[in-house]
Design a protein around this ligand. Sequence first.
Ligand SMILES: [Zn+2]
Length: 338
Amino acid sequence: MAGGARLRDGSPKPLSFPPPTATAASPESIVTTTAFITHPSCLQHEMGPDHPECPDRLRAIHDQIIASGLEPHLTRLEAPAATADQLARVHERRYVDAIEAAAPSSGLRYLDPDTALNPHSVTAARHAAGAVVHGVDLVCSGEYQRVFCAVRPPGHHAESRRAMGFCVFNSIAVGAAHAMAAHDLSRVAIVDFDVHHGNGTEEMFTDDPRVLMVSTFQYPLYPYSGVDNPAPNMVNIPLSAGNGGAEFRDAVRKHWLPALDEHEPELILISAGFDAHREDPLAGLAFVEDDYAWVTRELASVAKRHADGRIVSSLEGGYALSALGRSVVAHVRELVAN
Ligand SMILES: [Zn+2]
């Protein structure tokens, strides 16, 4: 969370992130099975010059993807905007309408002390959710097996009728609801390794037996939820400040993997926050890139066992720019390779 971040009005920085194209940049010899979905509006959503949830996050990811050599293995696609009906599967319709109406024509409008809209934010939030919807369509049609959505604002704190914690629309939840409504899936898993508990996702799917949510997060830490599992389909594993890869992997092996194998998900969705990294300024866990690579391999194995390999992952947190870019590379590399 922003903590002491100072928020004030600011106009968007000029864009330097090249727009995605629908054309694979890869040589003909490489068949890409992984789509990388983003949208230019995600660079225009800005909550003030000192806000940690900033457009440079996407630029850092872009730079590290290029430097890593992964680019030829990815097909870049542009995210469509989620429709109001798609958003209203998990948000109250009047909330969707209120967010649309709240977009300012200039400056910032605050939805909570840490979450603001600039004139581009609602468009960005709709494309962020639309990226996950599109990703679900792509893996359910078999066109791609893996999708990473490099989008912002993040989504997992957004509840059915409340924006909070940098989040406006709950993109991963919109994607899960779309998978069930449009593709008739009856077993979906949502994996959340962001350092903050995904309270919004939990609120939307508690007691929905079609959705298994497994998560790790630091506690106590914003939003201070998740310690009690409210329903059998929620597997929340709080970690303590200072915990690192050993404790994370232990939690995954003991709690996530058995629950996932029992649920037999037809699709795995990942709320991919990278703010549990040891360099992250907003939290106190100590994950490193190899932990993100490891968990991605484990999830790829689960996906192969139950879901025809289908994984759609969407960016949540991660605020140390270099660590964020390196961690996304570690994650995406395993999505591509496994
Ligand atoms: Zn977070």
